[in-house]
Design a protein around this ligand. Structure first.
Ligand SMILES: *[C@@H]1O[C@H](CO)[C@@H](O)[C@H](O)[C@H]1NC(C)=O
Ligand SMILES: *[C@@H]1O[C@H](CO)[C@@H](O)[C@H](O)[C@H]1NC(C)=O
Ligand SMILES: *[C@@H]1O[C@H](CO)[C@@H](O)[C@H](O)[C@H]1NC(C)=O
Ligand SMILES: *[C@@H]1O[C@H](CO)[C@@H](O)[C@H](O)[C@H]1NC(C)=O
Ligand SMILES: *[C@@H]1O[C@H](CO)[C@@H](O)[C@H](O)[C@H]1NC(C)=O
Length: 502
């Protein structure tokens, strides 16, 4: 009789405990899968940025889960499209002459449009930002640069999107947005904690950014709070202050620097119909028009300038000579500050890791370097490349996809990258190892465009409010139900124990 009663009470205890464990398990399970549910339930949002550089335009389509707009770590690149034809600064503001450019834009925008669900078109933000090519044109011919932007604005307004702006961004903005992109993608600005709440990451680690475009180059990295000057930008991101040093060098992009180097070579040569070019490989000769070098604000035209004059360049594969010529376009001497990069521009010592992308990445890749490297190794590879015969370079399997037009440029650009980074920005044997040559992070291209969109659409507010992780009413209901069940069970157990023990 007594044992039967005891067994019965044990069963009841077991039953109640089972209910308790079950309730807690259900509670945890709901909490865990809630995030997954939410993610699927919310539709995607889209944003488009057209990056109009000096040599070409690229259209980027970004996507992120809706209602998470104010959070981070979730914007990714859905697709990008390279607009056929030259950069917009080459446009003639004549529908006939610009037909190829317009066709390029139409084709890309059509492909991008197809990738966005129709019901999302109206809410898709659209920006166009033009960089150094248009900055140069604006200096040379303001009216023309305005007309080009106006015609683009008119076209972009006809698209079904929420068009925001088509404008020339400054070199400093370009540098800062590149830095924001890199640090956003690396999760340095905000990370998701274990509890699904966004927080500022431990420590203050950010990564520097180096961009090499066609007409300009940018460096940006975070420095101590107390440094002041025109190149220091005090910014507030997610409520956290940063002091970012950034400078943009106009006419120091890969193409414009190439023209300046050719200008030196031409001016040092006595015979324009036979110019020895130490930066071109032996076995590679090319006839170019003088306009290819002088139709830019970055070089000074010779006295007897004739744009149609033909110049024959004969490659000689002279690495050392090319290296000296490349350095001659920089001014490493003038400096009225404690430390300068070049051309008298003040720059504090480089700190931390750096991401080198765009032209830096393409140059390194052509030389067979990816990711991190060693500075001596870099020099050796450049020298080896520069001393190679054209047939050797052209014959190599890994450079098969590089066209002649680009392949001929990597000797000077190898020297150019090392001169800029070592003699200019003052990377040494140790700090060079902190540079990673890369073009994408998490399948998203590195450049100014993502940082620009995030900033322009207020997706990186300077002040963050706590983002409540729970809003779903079903979820709240479930939590309530299981919590109530747990409490009731606990009360039951308590009463039961009191009864059983006393
Ligand atoms: C983002 O935050 C701002 C201000 O906190 C708010 O007005 C806006 O509606 C939010 N956007 C979304 C999509 O939740
Ligand atoms: C647009 O999409 C078509 C079909 O997918 C593709 O063949 C074409 O190359 C795309 N155009 C561009 C400029 O990427
Ligand atoms: C467009 O961009 C320019 C330059 O960034 C800015 O001055 C202007 O206010 C912007 N216009 C709009 C409507 O956002
Ligand atoms: C380039 O020019 C040099 C000197 O005139 C000549 O010997 C060589 O055959 C030329 N090479 C090519 C590929 O035209
Ligand atoms: C040089 O200019 C002429 C006339 O402007 C043009 O027809 C020719 O294609 C140009 N040559 C090169 C190599 O670009």
């Amino acid at each position: 009789m007594a044992s039967k009663r005891q067994m019965g009470s044990t069963c009841r205890v077991a039953g109640v405990l089972l209910l308790l464990v079950g309730s807690i398990a259900a509670l945890v399970a709901v909490a865990v899968i809630q995030d997954t549910w939410r993610f699927k339930e919310y539709s995607l949002e889209f944003g488009i940025v057209i990056d109009s550089g000096s040599s070409r335009s690229n259209v980027y389509l970004y996507e992120w889960p809706g209602e998470k707009q104010n959070e981070t770590g979730v914007v990714t690149e859905r697709m990008n499209c390279r607009v056929a034809g030259a950069g917009i600064s080459e446009m003639k503001v004549d529908p006939k002459k610009d037909e190829a450019s317009w066709d390029g834009f139409r084709e890309c925008m059509l492909n991008i449009t197809k990738a966005i669900p129709v019901e999302k078109h109206q809410s898709t933000l659209l920006f166009l930002g033009a960089t150094a090519g248009m900055r140069l044109l604006h200096e040379k011919d303001e009216q023309k640069s305005d007309e080009i932007l106006e015609s683009l604005q008119e076209y972009l307004k006809t698209l079904p999107f929420n068009f925001q702006n088509a404008s020339i961004i400054t070199g400093q903005e370009e540098g800062l947005y590149g830095w924001v992109t890199v640090n956003y993608l690396m999760g340095n600005l905000l990370t998701k904690t274990l509890w699904n709440i966004y927080a500022h990451p431990e420590g203050e680690k950010t990564i520097g950014s180096m961009d090499l475009g066609g007409a300009s180059t940018q460096i940006a990295f975070a420095v101590q709070e107390d440094l002041q000057g025109p190149d220091y930008l005090h910014v507030q991101l997610y409520g956290y202050p940063y002091n970012v040093y950034t400078h943009s060098f106009l006419c120091y992009g890969k193409n414009e620097a190439g023209k300046r180097i050719l200008d030196r070579i031409v001016k040092e040569s006595s015979d324009p119909s036979y110019i020895l070019n130490p930066c071109y490989p032996e076995g590679y000769n090319i006839t170019m028009n003088a306009s290819a070098i002088y139709d830019t604000e970055c070089t000074t035209k010779p006295k007897d300038y004739n744009p149609d004059r033909e110049l024959l360049m004969v490659g000689t594969s002279s690495s050392d000579k090319c290296g000296r010529l490349v350095k001659s376009i920089f001014d490493f001497k003038t400096c009225s500050s404690p430390q300068c990069s070049f051309d008298g521009v003040e720059q504090p010592p480089v700190m931390g890791d750096f991401m080198a992308y765009a032209g830096f990445f393409y140059t390194a890749r052509a030389l067979g370097i990816q990711g991190m490297s060693d500075v001596d190794n870099f020099y050796d590879i450049v020298k080896n490349f520069c001393q190679s015969h054209w047939t050797v370079l052209r014959g190599s399997e890994e450079r098969k996809r590089i066209s002649d037009q680009y392949l001929k440029t990597y000797c000077y650009s190898g020297h150019y990258v090392s001169a800029m980074l070592v003699d200019g920005y003052k990377f040494d044997k140790e700090t060079w190892k902190n540079i990673v040559f890369q073009k994408e992070v998490k399948k998203t291209s590195i450049g100014w465009s993502l940082g620009y969109m995030l900033t322009m659409s207020n997706m990186i507010p300077s002040e963050v409010k706590e983002i409540p992780p729970l809003t779903n009413s079903v979820f709240a209901g479930l939590i309530f139900l299981f919590s109530a069940l747990t409490i009731i069970t606990v009360v039951f157990v308590f009463i039961f124990l009191v009864r059983a023990c006393f």
